[in-house]
Design a protein around this ligand. Structure first.
Ligand code: ZN
Length: 488
């Protein structure tokens, strides 16, 4: 048993949760639940990034204070994750006093070790409010951010505090070269490594013209405490959520894995590790960068056109069906397309036919034909004959599926784990069709064959209930109880 602290990206408190956000939370929740099954002490972190220009502006547009806006939107995200059954242990918010104290403690710790790592400099650059990030001219596409083509890029000229990121380039390059599994999947690792090898520039980490945020501990040339740049305040939330600079009885630093979108790897795999190195704190063990959910090939965005309404997706067939569809259809290591047609066919083929049919066939056989309506207990006769062979073959397929399932979750790819479970369920349906237990039940000389078939099928369903719990917890618990499983 070991500690498994898993974090997800904290969302900006400026919009509403969509299917893309839900994909990340559901994926992280499934991975967390898998580790719970393994017996690990799991802590799953979610939350909102309450600060920044984006939140301040959406508040202004809505006629609210930034704090009111953040409270409102943060509550919306929390409700969505509760509805989706995300079993988070902590919901962190960057506008809390505890978080601000943790960020100040982190900066002071860095200053104590590297007094020259922060310095002031006049800076001018292109800023994308969508990314909350400066963009170099080279990164712009026709004068626009590639991820936020509908937003105007803004020219910002200020004197700010800088973090000497360049000073950590060599150390980061050495670390990344020695630790290729730090960033996964491999394609994202290669991007990050080449980014670091191309050379790192120092980053502006305060804003002079924005008040909504945490004051930087050092005063500028005018005696003012500028506001900490939103990313420099958001990344430490993974650390402050553990009680930093103290410890609490929740998660312990370092995190075993940060689950983030592939568009924010530079913050998580370059800036954040450099900050931790500067502070002399351990780095997270892994950063997992998932892909995007698209609709008809277009990235989800309320302004950009493609949109899948989260409530509508939940209402279609319930929470578990949506959880299943997203994790089965969209690879966690790549982009994937959400289409209502695929949703319907996955729902019908997998949940209703494969899982639903096996469950109802087995339940009917037990009710109608088993003695006292109970699953027959084990007997010690040799498993010979065609029925015994069919059961052996099924059990061998299930054992293989179990191995594939665990290996897939260890590699953070729930879609492959689900494929393995459904292979096992298909094997179960084939066993029932091949052995036709309803005919065995009526033949007194074949009663043992009936008993052992039913026992094998019920065992397989019980295994499936456990294996499916990380992805479809409500359905899995219902199945477990219907089989007479203890606890639940
Ligand atoms: Zn952008």
């Amino acid at each position: 048993m070991s500690a498994f602290y898993i974090t997800t990206a904290i969302e900006y408190a400026n919009g509403e949760p969509h299917v893309g956000h839900a994909f990340e939370k559901i994926g992280a929740d499934a991975i967390a639940r898998y580790h719970q099954l393994r017996g690990d002490t799991v802590h799953l972190l979610v939350g909102t990034d309450d600060h920044g220009l984006k939140v301040a502006r959406s508040a202004q547009a809505a006629g609210r204070t930034p704090a009111e806006q953040a409270d409102r939107i943060s509550a919306t995200f929390r409700r969505a994750w509760d509805t989706l059954g995300i079993g988070y242990d902590r919901f962190v918010r960057t506008s809390t006093a505890g978080h601000a104290a943790g960020v100040r403690a982190l900066i002071e710790r860095i200053l104590a070790r590297h007094p020259d790592v922060f310095y002031q400099k006049a800076y001018e650059g292109w800023y994308c409010v969508g990314c909350e990030s400066f963009r170099t001219a080279r990164e712009l596409d026709d004068g626009r951010c590639a991820i936020h083509p509908s937003l105007d890029i803004e020219r910002v000229a200020e004197s700010n505090w800088f973090f000497r990121l360049s000073a950590f380039q060599e150390q980061l390059a050495t670390f990344l070269t020695a630790t290729p599994d730090f960033v996964q999947p491999a394609a994202r690792y290669n991007e990050v490594l080449s980014l670091v090898e191309r050379g790192l520039e120092d980053v502006s980490i305060t804003r002079a013209s924005l008040d909504w945020g945490i004051p930087f501990p050092l005063a500028d040339a005018h005696g003012r405490h500028q506001t900490i740049y939103v990313w420099f305040d958001a990344l430490p939330s993974y650390l402050t959520a553990t009680g930093f600079p103290d410890t609490d009885d929740g998660a312990a630093w370092p995190a075993q894995i940060h689950v983030v979108g592939k568009d924010i790897t530079r913050f998580h795999c370059v800036l954040w590790p450099a900050v931790l190195l500067a502070a002399g704190l351990p780095l997270p063990e892994h950063v997992w960068a998932h892909g995007f959910v698209t609709a008809n090939g277009v990235r989800l965005s309320k302004s950009g056109g493609a949109w899948i309404d989260l409530d509508e997706a939940i209402e279609r067939h319930g929470v578990d069906a949506l959880r299943y569809f997203l994790l089965r259809e969209i690879p966690f290591d790549d982009d994937g397309d959400f289409s209502w047609r695929r949703f319907e066919s996955r729902y019908t083929a997998d949940l209703a036919n494969t899982l639903g049919n096996l469950t109802s066939r087995v339940a009917a056989l037990v009710t109608r034909h088993a003695r006292d309506g109970c699953v027959p207990s084990e007997n010690h006769r040799d498993r010979v004959g065609p029925v015994g062979d069919a059961i052996h073959a099924t059990q061998a397929r299930v054992a293989l599926a179990l191995e594939r399932y665990a290996a897939a979750f260890e590699r953070f790819v729930p879609h492959e784990a689900l494929a393995a479970v459904f292979d096992a369920l298909v094997a179960g349906n084939e066993l029932i069709s091949r052995t036709a237990p309803w005919t065995l039940a009526t033949d007194p000389t074949r009663r043992d064959d009936f008993d052992r078939t039913i026992r094998a099928a019920v065992t397989l369903l019980a295994q499936a209930a456990v294996l499916l719990w990380p992805v479809i917890p409500v359905t899995a618990e219902r199945l477990w109880r219907s089989l007479g499983g203890p606890g639940g």
